[in-house]
Design a protein around this ligand. Structure first.
Ligand code: FAD
Ligand code: DHB
Length: 395
């Protein structure tokens, strides 16, 4: 069969791109290696920047997000036994973020695409990319029934995340990778308990970082910094709660609301950028091209920003025969990506204790936290980055 744009991966990048292309009258087929149930049940990110919320609304996928999601007008930074609030609308001219879990975004986008007749092929295997240097690239794969199939495309977009096939299909030496691996990871839990706070708490403590986030009035999402080689089985519920109590403590005796823990995972942390995000007729978008440490809540939002730039490029190509914006995709997207990388790296460095950090380093972190929470200009910079830099900063 034939399509205009072959998309690999039905994560936020692939699904958003297929909907943006549909709205521009451009055909696409999405190939996804997992089942619909599996992608709709994978717990990942939680925070949507204001621009991602606008995008979801603009493409017709914002209704449940606005109804069931939670608008957050600020975050709490906790350090030295005290809590300081960053007020987003006040510091950014009225902008906020939404707490709406990634798997709910996925559910809404899959439902929307299928309702509009979108072509998403779940549970495919052995996707391979061919003739990327020509004007007629092809995708080969094995469908969910075990039959070999082929798609002829004008372009292919790799939206297949960190372990996908797209990037490895680019010949060696064509890409430059920048990478930083952090000497810590996050231990994430889901628990049945009421929220400890109406807004997220990011805590810097001598014992390490902790984050209190939420999923619903009944389910809470919390994280704490651990050694990346730590094992989940070493952590009983009691030990986890003792760690949260210690790291989230305040001088006035604040305590997190505790409850049964029903999910425990450890994720590593790194910063990674691949340049350029294109090879021949293959473009890379989202985690397939770059990874951020989760501290700034940028991963999903960057994927959304990439595909907006890319969709504009496809529109210019198909509507006006102008391939210039597509050729500039990598340069334009990377400008915003590097700024989000900087913010994620900065917030990670500010909030975590690294092995070997001395007392001087700790005092520097305390002074910086005091500065960004007491200076209106320092706070405004944090707030502007957290709610999401304007798209025009990418051009
Ligand atoms: P993905 O969401 O990874 O989607 C890629 C899709 O491609 C997947 O559905 C995958 O099954 C599919 N795929 C892969 N290989 C193939 C193949 N060969 N053929 C066909 N399909 C393929 N970000 C935050 O901001 N906060 C967080 O707390 C946070 N937690 C995270 C926890 C984990 C465990 C992970 C892995 C990521 C987390 N992230 C977090 C990052 C955020 O979830 C990602 O940045 C976001 O999912 C990127 O979207 P994407 O569409 O680029 O990639
Ligand atoms: C969540 C994850 C993050 O990385 C973050 O910075 C804020 C919230 C979450 O999963 O809720």
């Amino acid at each position: 069969m034939r399509t205009q744009v072959g998309i690999i991966g039905a994560g936020p990048a692939g699904l958003l791109l297929s909907q943006l292309l549909h709205l521009a009258g451009i055909e696409s087929v999405v190939l996804e290696s997992r089942s619909r149930d599996a992608i709709e049940a994978t717990i990942r990110a939680g925070i949507l920047e204001h621009g991602t919320v606008d995008l979801m609304e603009r493409i017709g996928a914002g209704e449940r997000l606005k109804r069931e999601g939670f608008r957050h007008d600020g975050i709490h930074l906790r350090f030295d036994g005290q809590t300081r609030r960053i007020d987003f609308p006040e510091l950014t001219g009225g902008k906020s973020v939404y707490l709406y879990p990634q798997h709910e975004v996925i559910k809404d986008l899959v439902a929307l695409r299928l309702r509009l007749g979108g072509d998403i092929r779940f549970a495919v295997r052995n996707v391979t990319l061919h003739d990327l240097e020509t004007t007629a690239p092809r995708l080969k794969y094995v469908n969910s029934q075990g039959a070999a199939e082929e798609i002829h495309c004008d372009y292919i977009v790799g939206c297949d995340g960190t372990n996908g096939v797209s990037k490895p299909s680019i010949p060696e030496g064509k890409l430059k990778t920048y990478e930083k691996v952090y000497p810590f990871g996050w231990f994430g839990i889901l628990c049945k308990a009421p929220p400890s706070s109406d807004e997220l708490i990011y805590a810097q403590h001598q014992r390490g970082f902790a984050l209190a986030s939420t999923r619903s009035p009944e389910i809470q999402r919390m994280y704490f910094q651990v050694d990346p080689t730590e094992k989940v089985q070493n952590w009983s519920d009691d030990r986890i709660w003792a760690e949260f109590r210690a790291r989230l403590e305040t001088r006035d005796g604040w305590l997190p609301a505790e409850g049964p823990i029903f999910s425990k995972v450890i994720v590593g942390m790194r910063s990674l950028v691949t340049e350029p995000m294109q090879y021949g007729r293959l473009f890379l978008a989202g985690d397939a091209a770059h990874v951020v440490p989760p501290t700034g809540a940028k991963g999903l939002n960057l994927a959304a920003a990439d595909v907006q730039v890319l969709a504009n490029g496809f529109e210019a190509f198909y509507r006006r025969g102008n391939s210039e914006p597509l050729l500039r995709y990598s340069d334009m997207a990377l400008k915003r990506i590097w700024k989000a990388q900087r913010f994620s790296w900065w917030m990670t460095s500010l909030m975590h204790r690294a092995p070997g950090d001395d007392d001087f380093r700790y005092q520097m972190q305390m002074a910086e936290l005091d500065y960004v929470t007491s200076s209106p200009l320092g706070a405004a910079s944090l707030a502007e980055n957290y709610v999401g830099l304007p798209m025009q900063y990418a051009s």
